[in-house]
Design a protein around this ligand. Structure first.
Ligand SMILES: C[S@@+](CC[C@H](N)C(=O)[O-])C[C@H]1O[C@@H](n2cnc3c(N)ncnc32)[C@H](O)[C@@H]1O
Length: 405
């Protein structure tokens, strides 16, 4: 069973358990800390509502209330340069969003076909509208990266049949700018953060996590996915608040609990910009709720499986955890290996029956991807000024060089 399957199974059991008892704790697996397991033996009974907040209204029509409309695609010129789309090709846009990249690709190479995936039903609706505008040059697909295998096959695409693939990770402005999606700490909304909206009634929301997880595991999530130095204090403040005042249900409520941990007003991000004190914790919760890192790793495996040899993959990340997964996949480094793992580390097998023959060593040295750009590509200063969200973007591009076994 993959980590992802284990995580799904565990969340399901925890939610089933909760639907009977309305009390639950989630525990982070000690081995990988990427998946959760229910800790039904924990004596702490934590009360809270599991009712996920409904998401209503059309999310993609910019209006006064949202103040923002469609997502502004990042590094469009660079995507076109590295993907090099050609008429007649079939491409997968794994993160359609509001379709900015897809439209630019079709306009560059009319006659090309795009399979447009997104887990968000709002993005799927936009893909349907966009498909109609572009004479069905787009096939909208609703699902996650982990559903891609099934979705491509059911649309008649076999492994090694795709010419190019784009992955623009993270959250879209349409998700981030709508208070009711619960991603933004600057706008008050229900503490939701599910990219899928209400599509999967079993998926826990951010409120489910902060109201039912125990302190140690909340700390691990904030530390690991937010890389937050004050993770221990923040986890403690959340648990204290929960016990004293009841469930945490709103984004601003959580942001102010986190703010109470810090004495100063602002913290700096890695680019020395002022960031809200709760930014890293919100990132951590978002990653956990959407299982983002496992999904991203699966996306890159799927990319390799479905690209033709010679097919190109362009991947954009917005923080170091995402970039590490993309880099390691493209460079053939084991995703679970410690940083700076050398090939010699592969010889440290615990299994004495394993013979390190020529074939085995050959397999270890086999290259699956050839990097198009040796160094990571970042947006121009001009783009960052026009679109500040582009500032943390990093683009990597690679060519598939090896057939699937
Ligand atoms: C940064 S936005 C992409 C924006 C898009 N390139 C554009 O031009 O509008 C990321 C999108 O990826 C989607 N997404 C994130 N994780 C996903 C996953 N595991 N499976 C499918 N879609 C995902 C999100 O719902 C979001 O719409």
């Amino acid at each position: 069973m993959t980590l992802h399957t284990i995580r799904r199974f565990i969340i399901r059991s925890a939610l089933n358990h909760n639907s009977h008892k309305r009390q639950r704790n989630l525990h982070v697996c000690n081995r990988c800390q990427l998946c959760t397991k229910s800790d039904l033996a924990n004596p702490r009974n934590i009360q809270g509502s599991f009712k996920n907040q409904p998401i209503t209204g059309s999310l993609h029509n910019g209006n006064q209330e949202t103040g923002k409309s469609l997502h502004v695609p990042v590094m469009v010129n660079e995507v076109l340069e590295y993907l090099d789309p050609q008429p007649g090709q079939v491409l997968v846009d794994m993160t359609f969003g509001s379709g900015g990249h897809s439209k630019a690709i079709i306009e560059r190479a009319p006659g090309l076909h795009i399979l447009a995936l997104d887990r968000d039903p709002t993005a799927y609706d936009i893909a349907i509208e966009t498909a109609a505008q572009y004479n069905s040059a787009i096939t909208p697909l609703l699902g996650k990266f982990s559903d891609l295998d099934k979705l491509l096959k059911s649309n008649g695409y076999d492994p090694c049949s795709i010419d190019g693939l784009l992955l623009d990770a993270g959250v879209s402005s349409m998700q981030f700018d709508r208070a009711e999606r619960g991603f933004a700490l600057s706008k008050d909304g229900p503490l939701d953060m599910r990219m899928d909206g209400n599509r999967d009634p079993e998926q826990p929301s951010a409120a489910d996590v902060v109201n039912h997880i125990d302190e140690t595991n909340l700390y691990k999530i904030i530390k690991r996915y937010g890389e937050e130095k004050r993770a221990r204090d923040i986890a403690q403040a959340i648990i204290d608040y929960r016990y004293s005042f009841g469930p945490i249900t709103r984004t601003k409520q959580l942001a102010s609990i986190i703010g109470s941990v810090f004495s100063g007003d602002h913290t700096k991000d890695k680019l020395s910009r002022n960031a809200h004190l709760a930014t890293k914790t919100f990132q951590a919760l978002r990653i956990f709720v959407n299982n983002e890192l496992n999904e991203l790793n699966t996306a890159l495996k799927m990319a390799h499986k479905f690209l033709k040899p010679g097919g190109k993959c362009v991947a954009i990340s917005f923080h170091s955890l995402e970039d590490r997964i993309i880099k390691r996949n493209f460079m053939g480094i084991d995703i679970d290996a410690k940083i700076n793992t050398k090939l010699s580390d592969h010889y440290k097998y615990k299994d004495p029956s394993l013979v390190m023959d020529k074939d085995h060593i050959g397999k270890l040295l086999e290259k699956h991807w050839s990097l198009i750009n040796k160094k990571v590509v970042v947006p121009t200063e001009g783009e960052c000024q026009l679109n500040p969200r582009a500032r943390s973007a990093k683009l990597r591009a690679a060519i598939k060089v090896h057939e699937e076994p």
